[in-house]
Structures are given as structure tokens and as C-alpha cells.
Design a protein around this ligand. Structure first.
Ligand code: PEP
Ligand code: MG
Length: 756
């Protein structure tokens, strides 16, 4: 059963369009289950009707022509109740609906399973038989498994199909749902960025010069042939003749006329060489994978390997030519990373869309810091097929509009104009103090990472840096920066803000922040080797960084050092000892520096419970609410599927945040918060009432937060907090915060999601 299931899913995956995919499903499911009839009904999202889309065994003339309302028939019942229905005498069921002409009369048994993707019913999969018998449990389980597996494939094929207009026709508009990553609206053109040598993510693209593409393909092939010959020569003494014969197989595949001519034909039709190669190789891989014979299945692996080798030569050639980014670039990728973001000139980058990830991924945080409207987790976006397409990124609601109509375009143009007016209105607050109507001051600090953040932050009245993410300069390099390189970078930050304090966090890599030159490959990276765990295991990295920070602070004295991912007191003790050692050594070497305040990030539940013990050891605490939310709620901050569960207004998160303040204050230590929640204009009402001594946020949030604080009374905020702490759900809390903001005329500032 399992191999039948896999075989069907693979075949469906390889289908070029939705209709072919559905036809494969009905044919193969009927054959594997031995039923006379198999049908897929697809739900039309607008009318809710279930359309007879693909069938084996009934009247083919009615395909696409008849449909059932959501309350009609057995199929309607399966969709409505979202559960399978298994009947031996379908026609006797009260909901049975006779559809004239379809030819169902002779089939008595009926088994239907809903096709559900991300809680949405996409349709119903039905098998029918003449014999009046209930399908057995195993068959029912098979159909349910089949439809659960096919749901994602169908959703994807539907989304892809929606943008694949036939040649010469005007491409349709389409809407793709993701998660709001960074607020704002971007209107521009898609530029698809792909990880190297990944066949499945090569975008379709029209070539500019067919001859040059043919040449490039020929050169890449020759290079791979040469590599294989060399590899074979090198191993001639170590491998048996049979094993060496593998290389001949490789060379034969590379000389095989069929696929070579398919690639060159596609190039001749105008596709660029990388796209032509990727499409042809993928088709061949699928064809081999479909075969039952193990020998041919292995050939799929060979072809994939060779395809990737050729692709990497093509991409190397491509790199030599500078990639051009239009002035309204919307960067699109399967999994955007901070370093990809760095490749586009800032002035050309207007928006971003990542197929994977969520609003709490680091690239989204960076996007918010840079004010780039972003949608994350647009999982159905057929990103390889939208190169240069017109897109609108709605970073408020998390929707991506493909090829928008004139009306949609106009609506978003007006919205982005409104945004501009709102931001300009907020500019008036720049030089006003951040205090409540009853005179309570709240220091607003900023989170930085790039030099570009600095000028803007100062311009917007930041009172200090609450989090300088030192990993960002590390991410943008090809090796660890040297001590002197680091000193220069840190000095620039400290100098720009002096005499205001700058909190530098020691290197926080691991999780979703991998350095290209120091890969950490783990099953469970967020629970793995991250932050302080890495740097304590590599004191040479930690000491170099701390020394660079201390040296950079000479004569400025505005440095604070902060330790990430602390989960026990020993880590703090060890880190303090190393900082002290670096400091003593520098004093001995004649540096005129003072020991900076040192703080701990509270971002792991264990640290919440030991906040007093931690506070006792250091000078300040700072809550990292992004990670704290992820670890408290057991929701991977990067995972699109569970993004709906990531809620920093969750009562458990708010309860923890309050208890950290109490603990720090009992030890007489200040406590700030530097996660995204600190920049959420609604959440700050609660954070202020809890007693946080400082809020640190990306500079784009600064004036919004100030506007809200200036519109409220501290006394009222304490009452609000008391009510909030009695509520049971994040949704209720959000509702109350929304109405509180509405009362002061600022509902528009409520972010689409809490905490990110
Ligand atoms: C946090 O976890 O809240 C935090 C500020 O750190 P980062 O987002 O860089 O993990
Ligand atoms: Mg963190």
C-alpha cells in the first residue's frame, strides 16, 4: 500500500497542470483500490460548489459541467462535515441526490473522503462500486491517507495553474496567502533568487541570447565530462573495474542524445539554459522514479547528480555576469536569508516574499528593521514561474497579488500613499519626549545590526541601542571577521551613538542563523547548538569578539555586553569569567577601558524561572520575547504551518513577562525587552504597566510606539493590565487591546500579528 501511495503522489507531483494531476489521481486510485469509479470533486472557492472535475468510470462528457451545492448530495455532506462517508447502499441515504446523465445508477457502494489543505476543504475524493458492500477499514484508511497527501499537491497545482496562461493569452491575476512579515505595501516586479545547484528551484526565464545560452550549456557539459574523467582516473587504483564502470555510465548519460536534444530544443524555443536543463532533468528523474525496477530508480539519482553538476557550472558562469535588479525589485525565494537580502542594492529593493518561514524568522525581523514590506510562508506560490511578474506585496495582511488588476493596483497605491502620510504625521513626534499623558517616561531604544540602521535610529530619537545583533556582520562575510575587523565595526556603532549606551549581544548563531562558512547541521536546530552554547564551546571565537568590543569602547564607555540563549547560571558564570579574562589581558596590554555592564537575555523558559538568580549575577536583564514565545508555546518561529499558534499575547507569555520584571526588580536590577513585542504599539501598553524599564525595537516602530504612549495615561494602563491578566486567550487580549487603541484613535497601529 505504501509504495502504491508514494507512486501516486510522485506521479501527481510530476503532472504539469492541475487537470492532468486530477486525471492521474482518479485513474491510479481506481486501479490501486480496484474500484470501478473514482472521482475528484473540487470546491469552487467563490460559490462553494463542488465541481465534477475528474473521473474514471462515469460519463466523461459531464466533466467540468456539473456541480453540487455545499448542501447537496453525499459529496456535499462529506465536504460539509469534513469526514469520510462509507455506504453500502448509497441510493438509500437520505442525502443521496440523483444526477441525471452521470451514470451512477448501477454503483451502490460509495466511499468519499474530504480533501483538506490548511483547514480549507478543497474538494472530495470518491470511489464507487457496483457491489453493495461497505468498504473495509483498510480501504477507508487508504482513501483518507491518499486525500490528505494529495491535498497539498492539489493546492499547489491549483495555485500554479492559476498563473499559467496559455501562450499568447493575457495572464490571469491570482492571490496567494502567506503571513504578514513586515508591514507596508510594495508594488514591483519579482526577482527570483535561488540557492545554488538546486534543480527544483530554478525559475523559468526567457533568454536574451539563444546562441550564448547554447554555448554556455555546451561548455558546462564539457566541464562535467572532464570532471568525471578526472575523477575516474584518480580512483583507478582504488576501485574495482565494475565500480569504475559507473563513471562510463555517467559519461554515457552525458552523451545521451535524447535528453541533450530536449534541452537544446527548449533553449532554441527561448528558455534560458538553466531553466531548460532543470525542466528536462526533472522530467527524466520523475520518469525513472516512477519505474518499479530498482535499477531504473537508481538511474534517477544519477541523472539528478549529473544535472546538478551541469547546473552548478551554468550558475558559476552566470555569477560572472552581474545580476541586474530593477528599481522596484521584489525579492522572491523559497527560503530567503539575511545574506540573500544583502545581494540587492537597498535602493532597488521594495519588497520581499519567502515561500517558507514565518514572521518571526530572522529575515523578517531584518526586513522590519529595514522597512521592507514582506510576506513570509507563501507556501502555494509557484515561485519558480513568476520571474519578472508584476506583484503587490501586502505586508499588513500577508497576501501576495500576482499580476494585479488595475483596480487592485489603484487600491494599493492609495494605501501606500496613506502610509506615507501616516509616517509623515508621526515625524512631528521626533523631538517630543516619550511619556504618558500623566508624565511617566518610557525610554525607547533600538535594535540594530546594519550600519544603515544607525542614522535612522538617531534621527528618530532613540535613547540607546538595546540590541546590536553582532551576527549580522558575521552573516555578510565569507569567514569569521578578524579581531581588528570586528573592532572597527563595533567602534563605528559605539561612536555613532556615544554617549548613548549600545548593548552588543555576543554572537548568536545556530537556529535559523547559519553562517555560510560555519554550517551547523542539526535535526532540531532551535533546541540545539545555539547562541551562548556555541561560543562557550569555542572560547577562541568568544574571546576575540569580547576583546574587539572592549577595545572598541576605549574612551567612549558606552558599551554594554549581553549574553544570548542563557538556560542556566553556569553559562553566565563561565561567560563572565571569560569577559573578565579578556578585560584583564587588555588592561595588561595598556588599553584604557572600563568593564562594561553585562546582561543576560531571558529567552528560554528556564531563565524565566531563574530570573532572580540570573539577575543577581549581572547588571541587567533583557527579555528576548521572540524566542521566549517560541519556547514557551513550543512553536517553531520559522514554521509556516504552526505560525497561527505563535502568539506573544498568549496569557502564558504575558504572565512570564510580568514575572521577569518582578524578579529583576526584587534584585534591584533594570530589565528591558528587545524582542519584536517591544515594537508592537498595542503590547507596549502592557509592557509599560508591567514595569519594564526600557523597550528596544526596530527603528521603524519607534514613532508609532511613541505616539501610542503619548496618548495614554499610565494609571489607565495599570487598570488595563489588571483586566488583561484575567483573560484566558490571546484573541480576547488582542480584542481588548484593539478597543483600547481605538479609543485613542490609533486602531490602525495594531499589528496584524502579535509578537512578530
Ligand atoms: C529574541 O529572541 O526575542 C531576540 C531579540 O533575539 P533574536 O530575535 O535575534 O533571536
Ligand atoms: Mg533570540
Amino acid at each position: 500500500m505504501l509504495s502504491a501511495l508514494r507512486g501516486i503522489v510522485q506521479a501527481v507531483n510530476a503532472a504539469g497542470d492541475l487537470q492532468t494531476a486530477l486525471e492521474i489521481i482518479v485513474e491510479r486510485v481506481a486501479s490501486v483500490m480496484g474500484t470501478e469509479v473514482c472521482t475528484v470533486y473540487l470546491r469552487d472557492p467563490e460559490s462553494g460548489r463542488l465541481i465534477f472535475m475528474a473521473n474514471q468510470g462515469l460519463n466523461p462528457e459531464l466533466i467540468g459541467k456539473i456541480s453540487l451545492g455545499p448542501d447537496e448530495g453525499l459529496v456535499g455532506q462529506v465536504a460539509r462535515r469534513e469526514e469520510p462517508l462509507n455506504l453500502d447502499h448509497a441510493e438509500k441515504h437520505p442525502n443521496f441526490l440523483y444526477l441525471p446523465g452521470i451514470g451512477e445508477e448501477q454503483y451502490h457502494s460509495f466511499l468519499g473522503a474530504p480533501i483538506i489543505h490548511q483547514r480549507e476543504v478543497l474538494g472530495v475524493l470518491v470511489v464507487q462500486q457496483k457491489d453493495s458492500r461497505r468498504f473495509d477499514e483498510e480501504e477507508e484508511a487508504f482513501l483518507v491517507t491518499m486525500s490528505a497527501q494529495l491535498a497539498g499537491v492539489i493546492a499547489h497545482a491549483r495555485a500554479t495553474g492559476s498563473i499559467n496562461a496559455p501562450q499568447g493569452a493575457v495572464a490571469a491575476s491570482a492571490l496567494f496567502k502567506g503571513i504578514a512579515g513586515a508591514p507596508g505595501v510594495a508594488i514591483g516586479r519579482a526577482v527570483v533568487i535561488v540557492p545554488p545547484a538546486e534543480l527544483s528551484s530554478v525559475p523559468k526565464r526567457q533568454s536574451e541570447d539563444v546562441v550564448a545560452e547554447q554555448d554556455a550549456f555546451e561548455r558546462a557539459l564539457n566541464s562535467v565530462r572532464e570532471d568525471i574523467r578526472q575523477l575516474s582516473d584518480k580512483l583507478v587504483d582504488q576501485l574495482s573495474p565494475e565500480e569504475l564502470a559507473l563513471f562510463d555510465v555517467y559519461l554515457r548519460i552525458l552523451d545521451d542524445g535524447v535528453w541533450l536534444s530536449e534541452v537544446t530544443d527548449k533553449i532554441a524555443e527561448g528558455e534560458w539554459a538553466q531553466g531548460a536543463l532543470a525542466q528536462v532533468v526533472s522530467n527524466h528523474i520523475h520518469a525513472f522514479e516512477m519505474m518499479d525496477d530498482a535499477y531504473f530508480k537508481d538511474r534517477a539519482t544519477d541523472i539528478k547528480d549529473l544535472g546538478r553538476r551541469v547546473l552548478s557550472y551554468l550558475q558559476a558562469g552566470d555569477e560572472e555576469q552581474e545580476r541586474e535588479y530593477p528599481p522596484d525589485t521584489i525579492l522572491v525565494g523559497e527560503e530567503l536569508t539575511a545574506s540573500m537580502l544583502g545581494e540587492v542594492p537597498r535602493a532597488h529593493l521594495v519588497g520581499m516574499v519567502s515561500v517558507r518561514g514565518s514572521s518571526n524568522s530572522h529575515v523578517a525581523i531584518l526586513a522590519r528593521g529595514m522597512g521592507i514590506p514582506t510576506v513570509m510562508g507563501a507556501s502555494d506560490l509557484p515561485y519558480t514561474q513568476i520571474e519578472h511578474a508584476n506583484l503587490i506585496v501586502d505586508g499588513y495582511s500577508g497576501f501576495v497579488h500576482y499580476n494585479p488588476s488595475a483596480e487592485v493596483h489603484e487600491h494599493f497605491r492609495a494605501l501606500s500613499q496613506e502610509d506615507l502620510v501616516l509616517s509623515q504625521g508621526l515625524e512631528a513626534l521626533r523631538d517630543l519626549p516619550c511619556e504618558t499623558l500623566d508624565g511617566r517616561h518610557m525610554p525607547l531604544w533600538v535594535n540594530t545590526g546594519l550600519m544603515a540602521d544607525v542614522a535612522r535610529s538617531l534621527d528618530r530619537g532613540a535613547e540607546g541601542v538595546g540590541l546590536y545583533r553582532t551576527e549580522i556582520p558575521f552573516l555578510l562575510r565569507e569567514r569569521f571577521p578578524s579581531e581588528e575587523e570586528q573592532r572597527i565595526i563595533y567602534r563605528e556603532q559605539l561612536l555613532a551613538f556615544a554617549p548613548l549606551p549600545v548593548t552588543m549581544r555576543t554572537l548568536d548563531i545556530g537556529g535559523d542563523k547559519a553562517l555560510p562558512y560555519f554550517p551547523i547541521d542539526e535535526e532540531n536546530p532551535f533546541l540545539g547548538w545555539r547562541g551562548i552554547r556555541v561560543t562557550l564551546d569555542h572560547p577562541e571565537i568568544f574571546l576575540v569578539q569580547v576583546r574587539a568590543m572592549l577595545k572598541a569602547s576605549e574612551g567612549l564607555d558606552n558599551l554594554r555586553i549581553m549574553l544570548p540563549m542563557i538556560s542556566n547560571v553556569q553559562e553566565v558564570d563561565e561567560a563572565l569569567e571569560l569577559v573578565r579574562r579578556a578585560y584583564d589581558e587588555l588592561l595588561e596590554d595598556g588599553w584604557d577601558i572600563s568593564l562594561p555592564p553585562i546582561g543576560v537575555m531571558v529567552e528560554v523558559p528556564a531563565a524565566v524561572y531563574q530570573a532572580r538568580q540570573l539577575a543577581r549575577r549581572v547588571d541587567f536583564l533583557s527579555v528576548g520575547s521572540n524566542d521566549l514565545t517560541q519556547y514557551l508555546l513550543a512553536v517553531d518561529r520559522n514554521n509556516t504551518r504552526v505560525a497561527d499558534l505563535y502568539h506573544a499575547y498568549h496569557p502564558a507569555v504575558l504572565g512570564s513577562l510580568r514575572s521577569v520584571v518582578e524578579a529583576a526588580h526584587l534584585e534591584g536590577k533594570p530589565v528591558g525587552i528587545c524582542g519584536e513585542l517591544a515594537g508592537d504599539p498595542a503590547a507596549v501598553l502592557l509592557l509599560m504597566a508591567m514595569g519594564y524599564d526600557m523597550l528596544s525595537m526596530n527603528d521603524n516602530s519607534l514613532l508609532r510606539v511613541k505616539a501610542v504612549i503619548r496618548a495614554c495615561k499610565f494609571e489607565d494602563l495599570q487598570d488595563l493590565l489588571a483586566v488583561v491578566m484575567e483573560l484566558d486567550t490571546a484573541d480576547e487580549i488582542r480584542g481588548l487591546l484593539r478597543s483600547t487603541l481605538a479609543k485613542v484613535g490609533m486602531e490602525r497601529l495594531l499589528p496584524p500579528r502579535s509578537g512578530g
